[in-house]
Design a protein around this ligand. Structure first.
Ligand code: ZN
Ligand code: ZN
Ligand code: ZN
Length: 279
């Protein structure tokens, strides 16, 4: 937390994404004000399934820790045999993508045990995680005073549900040939429970908690929807003019941008783009 190194974004995006799972494609923290607004995550918190969590599936993601050998390239039958031999309660395996498989366990306790089965994980060069969506829920509150850091919000907040992360949304504006990050009045709160509380309390002010709707996945390399830059095989497109170059080398001013999706007067990653919501 706080010290996490992020690669500099390849392109501008107007609202930082939730930095969970592999979707941390591009959040820049080059701004000087960034520290105050770094996402605040509760220390020593690890996801686990509650023992009486109902009858949903207890899925655990497995990924390779050996960069030369993605899990999707391994022997599938050998993998299910070893998983079942060294872990209790394996019900089913599913391939998510080249880098990830999902293992469904019969019970919460079996899934939780698999996470800490370091002997097995180490010898097969794997790591195991519970996806955020399985045990957490994220909501947003609006009109949060701009001077409050994420840490201060956490220290002040009172809630009936356990909070694991606070993150103020940041806006990126292109200034000259660089991006400036400015805080917005919207803050997301992640709770370690399946249902959002209706409200939280901030120094006696009640804030309604609305569901967080994650931004549509958009590739910052080719600007298409549905995947992120890490997995992109297309050629690079410019978000300002749509040409085959990086936006940083573009000679056209942002205000004269032409969106490659709709030909509108905005950059191709803009929230104003009507095509964004059709995807
Ligand atoms: Zn792409
Ligand atoms: Zn361009
Ligand atoms: Zn557009």
């Amino acid at each position: 937390m706080g010290k996490r190194k992020r690669k500099k974004g390849k392109d501008g995006e107007e609202e930082s994404r939730q930095n969970t799972d592999s979707d941390n494609d591009s959040i820049s923290s080059t701004s000087t004000a960034a520290n105050k607004y770094e996402p605040f995550r509760v220390l020593n918190y690890t996801r686990s399934y509650p023992e009486n969590g109902g009858n949903f599936e207890y899925i655990v993601f497995f990924e390779s820790t050996d960069p030369g050998k993605p899990i999707g390239d391994r022997d599938m039958m050998g993998m299910s045999t070893s998983l079942k031999r060294y872990n209790k309660g394996v019900k089913q395996l599913v391939r998510i993508n080249k880098y990830k498989i999902g293992v469904i366990f019969e019970r919460a306790s079996f899934a939780n045990a698999a996470l800490t089965n370091t002997k097995y994980l180490d010898s097969y060069k794997m790591k195991a995680t519970i996806p955020a969506g399985a045990t957490e829920v994220t909501g947003v509150i609006s009109h949060v005073p701009i001077n409050l850091s994420n840490q201060e919000i956490y220290d002040t907040i009172s809630s009936t549900k356990h909070i694991v992360q606070i993150r103020r949304f940041m806006r990126r504006n292109k200034v000259d040939n660089d991006f400036q990050i400015t805080p917005t009045l919207t803050v997301s709160i992640t709770f370690s429970c399946p249902v959002l509380p209706e409200s939280i309390d901030l120094n006696s002010w009640r804030f309604d908690v609305k569901p967080y709707i994650p931004p549509v996945k958009q590739c910052l390399r080719c600007l298409r929807y549905g995947h992120i830059g890490k997995f992109c095989k297309n050629s690079e497109r410019c978000s300002v003019c749509g040409g085959n170059h990086n936006f940083k080398t573009c000679t056209i001013d942002t205000k004269d941008a032409t969106c490659l999706h709709c030909q509108g007067r905005h950059i191709a990653i803009s929230k104003e783009c009507p095509v964004k919501y059709k995807n």
